[in-house]
Design a protein around this ligand. Structure first.
Ligand code: MN
Length: 208
């Protein structure tokens, strides 16, 4: 059921969704990436802090080692393929880490002045002019549904942060011309507001 919103968003945007399996072999990850036109990394549990050289910070950090190994292999393959990549929530965090960045493990205890970001709360984000989000929505301020307790800490080299919440938390970034990542949930927002399909239409269009 969790996957259905992602699948629906791709279908409603003119794409044909394919769900990739959990992989163990990097070579298999490369073959699977080669078989599709673009890759979305979806939301989910917290990424293993060891992937960016940290110990687990506190009891709020919940990891799934099997999925982490699979996602890391698929993300490395996707990023080196040059194909369009869209990261959503955990997917955004994953891309930052695979590119060499780090994460805030728990915003409430590690981010000074953190606002509310969990439980589907809506908050505003400030959007950089000239970014993909700005071009798609024509505004430097958007309201988004937020469901995360982690976020980008140190952005990886060459990542362009393109949106932040009022408390400074990174809410979107771009990397090169083909990688877009958002910390919020356009697939869920599109269920009630079809204008959020624009992100997926953009991704499907790039993938053609
Ligand atoms: Mn947020």
């Amino acid at each position: 059921m969790l996957a259905s919103a992602y699948v629906d968003a791709v279908s409603r945007s003119g794409g044909d969704p394919v769900i990739l399996p959990v992989v163990e072999d990097p070579a298999q990850a490369e073959r699977l990436v080669a078989s599709v036109d673009g890759i979305i990394f979806s939301g989910g549990a917290d990424l293993t802090p060891g992937a960016y050289g940290e110990e687990i910070w506190n009891e709020t950090v919940e990891i799934d080692s099997v999925r982490d190994r699979s996602d890391m292999a698929l993300a490395k393959a996707a990023l080196s393929s040059g194909k369009p990549v869209l990261g959503i929530c955990r997917g955004a965090q994953l891309l930052n880490v695979v590119l060499g960045g780090t994460l805030v493990q728990d915003l409430p205890t590690q981010w000074e002045g953190a606002g509310e970001h969990n439980g589907g709360v809506w908050h505003r984000i400030g959007v950089e002019q000239g970014s993909v989000l700005f071009r798609l929505y024509g505004s430097d301020s958007l309201s988004v549904s937020s469901f995360h307790h982690q976020a980008v800490k140190d952005p990886a080299r060459d990542i362009r942060v393109t949106a932040r919440a009022a408390d400074g938390v990174v809410e979107a970034f771009e990397y090169g011309q083909h990688v877009l990542a958002v910390q919020f949930h356009p697939e869920k927002m599109a269920l009630s507001d079809p204008s959020w399909l624009a992100l997926f239409q953009y991704f499907v269009g790039m993938s053609r």
